[in-house]
Design a protein around this ligand. Structure first.
Ligand SMILES: C[S@@+](CC[C@H](N)C(=O)[O-])C[C@H]1O[C@@H](n2cnc3c(N)ncnc32)[C@H](O)[C@@H]1O
Length: 384
């Protein structure tokens, strides 16, 4: 997350330095607020799941003391949205260590917001279907010093929803996870080809192109910015941040029914047509027959480039035992033999099958636990 963000801010329209973030748990980075940096994150950042502008927090674990903390803090906060009328919603994350249920917690935060805005002449009402502003509530901090944090969602909700995927495969990788996978592979789009040998709906190749060219995933006018004074003078256009980069990507799958789905998803994000045909190539191919020369044949533009990277998520299999399991393990070990032919290449994958590493037969250089749509697994990185 951090490496991607640094790279984006450096190429953004702003001359701004980004400070090292604090870490909250394993998966949250905290940056000091700067509207320009927040604008870059909200419009371009691909690996984050949500982006919140934290406003205030309270150590209270019961409803009345929480309200007593939030009301004065929010009342004095000139960052809150203005206007005469505000439709808003409140989303509560995991709050099992709070001494009331999530609905009650949401009710108290809602009341504090309504009461804080009323003296300013803002009539605020809940509208969960089409809110102008979404407030987010999360429990955060070390176990002995937990807080309830209230913020504004500035990233346009759950960011794996890019708004473009038209065909879902049987086990699609979340877009945010696909982007993380590509970042972990340390792919250099200017000098290395990227191959997804089991691309399914094409999520990884699509995210790879987006990262390579620095394409926006949100438009400022679709975000909350019009309601927040801090973002008033920031740009409305979101051009690619790395416009000169032409990535070389090969997306393969053995299943012929996945090919039209992949083409449809690429078309939906504008990655088909003559200007992309040398850049991203789709083919039906069994990974088990892949050789270095087949990559050059299918993706001629990769000739002369350095050894590349494989980015993929293999089928995980449902733990049924018997023949299907054996076939899956045989596939993993054949994959291991195939990748051994690719000297100098790297591979990054997300796998949710604990037997993968042994069957694949190579030792990963990096292992990072992760969860995809409730499936626990790990990112693995290999060097061949
Ligand atoms: C978990 S899915 C990949 C999902 C994909 N990353 C996405 O987000 O849509 C695994 C894919 O591996 C493909 N596959 C299975 N065996 C293969 C093989 N031997 N060669 C190439 N692809 C294979 C399947 O058809 C399936 O589309």
């Amino acid at each position: 997350m951090e490496a991607e963000f640094k790279r984006l801010v450096m190429r953004s329209p702003f001359q701004v330095r980004i400070e090292k973030p604090l870490r909250e748990g394993d998966s949250t980075l905290l940056y000091p607020f700067d509207a320009r940096i927040a604008w870059v994150a909200a419009c371009y950042h691909r690996t984050s799941s949500r982006i919140s502008w934290d406003l205030c927090s309270s150590e209270a674990v019961r409803l009345d003391p929480l309200y007593a903390d939030l009301l004065p803090a929010l009342s004095a906060d000139d960052r809150l949205p203005g206007g005469e009328h505000l439709r808003f919603s409140v989303e509560v994350g995991s709050s099992t260590d709070f001494e009331a249920g999530p609905l009650q917690l949401r009710g108290v935060v809602k009341n504090a917001i309504v009461e804080a805005l009323a003296p300013r002449g803002v009539a605020a009402e809940i509208d969960a279907d089409s809110p102008d502003v979404v407030f987010v509530v999360r429990r955060a901090g070390l176990p002995e010093a937990r807080r309830t944090v209230v913020g504004i969602d500035i990233g346009g909700g759950a960011r794996h929803r890019r708004g473009a995927r038209v065909a879902m495969g049987p086990a699609p990788l979340r877009e945010t996870m696909a982007a993380q996978l590509v970042m972990l592979s340390r792919w250099d789009a200017r000098t290395e080809p990227l191959v997804d040998p089991m691309a399914g709906g094409g999520t990884i190749p699509i995210e790879a192109v987006g990262l390579a060219v620095g394409a926006a995933i949100r438009k400022p006018q679709d975000l909350v910015f019009d309601h927040l004074a801090a973002f008033k003078d920031l740009p409305h256009d979101v051009p690619d941040l790395f416009p000169g980069t032409v990535p070389r990507i090969l997306a393969l799958d053995v299943d012929p029914s996945r090919i039209p789905a992949m083409v449809g998803n690429l078309r939906a994000v504008g990655l088909t047509g003559p200007s992309h045909e040398d850049s991203i190539v789709i083919a039906q191919q069994d990974l088990r027959t892949l050789k270095p020369e087949s990559i050059e044949r299918m993706l001629p533009a990769s000739r002369g480039m350095k050894p590349g990277v494989f980015c993929f998520n293999p089928p995980y299999g449902v733990r049924m035992g018997g023949e299907d399991d054996k076939k899956l393990l045989a596939l993993y070990s054949e994959m291991g033999r195939v990748f051994a032919r690719f000297s100098g290449w790297r591979a990054a994958c997300f796998v949710a099958n604990p037997e993968f590493i042994e069957a694949f037969g190579h030792a990963p250089t990096m292992t990072k636990p992760a969860t995809n749509a409730e499936l626990r697994g790990a990112f693995l990185v290999y060097q061949f």
